[in-house]
Design a protein. Structure first.
Length: 343
């Protein structure tokens, strides 16, 4: 059973939330220990549905001791805030984008590389492989947290207010919101757009006010977050398949008994399973709603020109982080086993 190492000191920028939250080990009025879980998605999103299933499962098995509270829609702050709160134990778990975790461990840089996975099947098989996931999931224990499971966030594609993206040239001069990671900024620069990193909660207003010309995300952003009300073109360039990650505070995880930890591990597996099942249904529903109610046009450009521009990043990243090469090679084995349908 994994054990987190001792946390290094952390300077926390979210002091107000730290004061408001009584922290890891807080007791409710009934004497049960409160477990706080935060994320940035809406209540109808597959992530929230999966975490509600986790809440029900833990309380069914350990409800005499634990009271699980799930906070959606950035109620506990931005993803960066929530990661910092999880580090310190002010909250116990949160869902973070892989791109944010890249700033805590260079190992996460691997999953941010564009066109890393040849297909959705190769992506899922790679993420399910302990040989690939464990060295990355455990790489933040010195920071006070570790990944406990991954969450399918689909394929990331470009969507824009008024300019359809059918070739890389169409991105030139456009301000595109990207996740807050060096890898994503570099990808955008290679493709010719102007990278505009910002928190996810700021994107709708930035699109509406034309501070940015577009963004890149999965189909759920169009409907659950209303981006399809503003952006009318969604282009399947399929530049990334990046997981979201459920992370847990090390002190909390290490404080569980072996029996309790086993139950939590079953709960983490439940989160992964339920979210993936809900994701398939949600994407289909989102596309129907975006096309029918929001007037979004879905485009299917040739992905090869985008891929050719981005592939030099693989060599650059692996040259900078040679310890990632064995993991990268394992992923290539799955890519050979599950090639793209377009090939």
């Amino acid at each position: 059973m994994r054990r987190c190492r001792k946390m290094l000191p952390v300077l926390l920028a979210t002091g107000v939330l730290m004061t408001a939250l009584s922290g890891c080990g807080a007791k409710g009025g009934d004497g049960r220990q409160i477990i706080r879980v935060g994320h940035n998605q809406a209540t109808d999103h597959p992530t929230n549905i999966a975490l509600m299933a986790f809440e029900e499962f833990i309380e069914e098995r350990l409800g005499d001791k634990y009271d699980v509270e799930v906070y959606p829609s950035e109620l506990l702050g931005s993803q960066t805030d929530m990661v910092q709160l999880t580090q310190t134990g002010a909250i116990d778990f949160c869902v973070a984008s892989n791109s944010i975790l890249e700033t805590f461990s260079e190992n996460y840089t691997l999953f941010n590389m564009p066109y890393l996975f040849a297909s959705a099947e190769a992506y899922h098989a790679s993420m399910d492989s302990p040989e690939i996931a464990d060295p990355i999931f455990e790489s933040t224990t010195q920071a006070g947290f570790e990944a406990v499971t991954w969450i399918d966030a689909g394929t990331r594609n470009f969507y824009t207010v008024s300019v359809p993206i059918e070739t890389p040239a169409d991105l030139r001069g456009l301000k595109i919101r990207v996740q807050q990671s060096p890898t994503n900024v570099q990808m955008m620069e290679l493709l010719g757009g102007s990278a505009t990193p910002m928190g996810f909660g700021e994107v709708y207003t930035a699109l509406q006010s034309k501070v940015i010309d577009g963004a890149e995300n999965n189909e759920m952003a169009l409907t659950s977050n209303g981006h399809g009300d503003v952006c009318k073109y969604y282009s399947y360039d399929m530049h990334q398949m990046i997981p979201d990650i459920l992370i847990g505070n090390c002190d909390f995880l290490n404080g569980l008994s072996e029996e309790e930890r086993q139950i939590f591990e079953e709960g983490f597996a439940l989160v992964n399973r339920v979210e993936r099942e809900e994701w398939v249904k949600a994407v289909e529903s989102a596309k129907e709603k975006a096309a029918g109610e929001q007037g979004v046009t879905f485009l299917y450009p040739d992905t090869k020109p985008f891929q050719e521009i981005c592939m030099p990043m693989h060599e650059m990243v692996l040259g900078q982080y040679p310890e990632l090469v064995p993991i990268y090679n394992k992923i290539q084995e799955y890519n050979e086993r599950y090639p793209s349908e377009a090939e």
